[in-house]
Design a protein around this ligand. Structure first.
Ligand code: HPA
Length: 269
């Protein structure tokens, strides 16, 4: 994979893209349009890069866009690979290895999720403070080196979280922190699973983020994740999620998230 990442750096260099970047931002379902806010943008299709996912999900364009945003050098990843697409928890490994090799001060993950909190309705944003993974899956299974024993304490970087909270405060945008629980998908959770998630301490449920955090942690990247709540989780407060709803709410909630990300980038030291 590292060979693939090196080849990708050569492809990027040929397009005028050199590291290091201030931040890379993975855009989740329905959030891809955010990359349009960039200046001096260079857009490269995932198909031109080795080990990048070929998105199969509507709402995921499959492009790496590098340029300037909020006065910083930033890469947007328009679309991600999910475990549920091909049963591969390493779907984002190649992309993350390329970013790590390029050099990237912060990795910001965005993702839609379903809420288990009354104060987090559709359109709200939640800063991920920690996660729960009880899928029995881990992207580092099969990695045979000592660095597979990745420390998950403070996986969601306290410094970046403080900067994200400060950005939200400047905008007077509510940004409560919560625990994200990973479900494999692609079916949504049952109401009983959602009740279980709540008992275990989850504030939101979703189908991504966690494998990327584990992979990125191993690569030494500093991580921050913001989830856009698109619905109440199944059975919670009448929640009955659909993918169409996810895309529709992500589309309308994207502007608040874009404003937050701009302020976060501007506030980076
Ligand atoms: N569950 C899992 N993933 C999601 C949800 C949900 O309710 N909403 C958006 N992504």
């Amino acid at each position: 994979m590292i060979d693939a990442a090196k080849k990708n750096l050569a492809v990027l260099r040929a397009r005028g893209v050199e590291g290091p970047l201030d931040a890379a931002i993975v855009l989740g379902t329905g959030l891809g349009d955010m990359a349009a806010r960039m200046s001096e943008a260079v857009s490269i299709s995932y198909g031109e890069l080795q080990g990048f996912p070929a998105p199969t999900v509507s709402g995921h364009a499959g492009r790496l866009v590098v340029g300037r945003c909020g006065g910083r050098r930033v890469a947007f990843l328009q679309g991600r690979g999910h475990y549920y697409e091909n049963g591969d928890p390493r779907a984002m490994a190649g992309a993350l290895e390329t970013l790590a090799l390029l050099g990237c001060g912060a990795l910001v993950l965005t993702a839609a999720s379903g809420s288990l909190r009354a104060d987090l309705g559709p359109g709200a944003l939640m800063l991920v403070a920690d996660h729960i993974n009880l899928n029995g899956l881990n992207p580092l299974i099969g990695v045979h080196s000592e660095d597979r024993f990745v420390n998950m304490l403070d996986a969601y970087d306290p410094g970046l979280r403080a900067q994200m909270r400060a950005a939200a405060l400047r905008l007077r945008l509510p940004l409560p922190e919560g625990v994200y629980m990973w479900f494999s998908g692609p079916s949504f959770e049952t109401p009983a699973e959602v009740r279980m998630a709540g008992i275990l301490g989850a504030d939101a449920v979703g189908m991504s983020v966690v494998p990327e955090v584990i992979l990125a942690r191993r690569l030494g990247l500093r991580i921050c994740a913001v989830s856009l709540i698109t619905n109440h989780a199944a059975g919670y407060a009448g929640g009955a999620p659909t993918h169409d709803q996810t895309k529709a709410i992500a589309g309308t909630g994207a502007s608040a998230l874009a404003t937050l990300l701009d302020a976060f980038l501007e506030g980076l030291p």
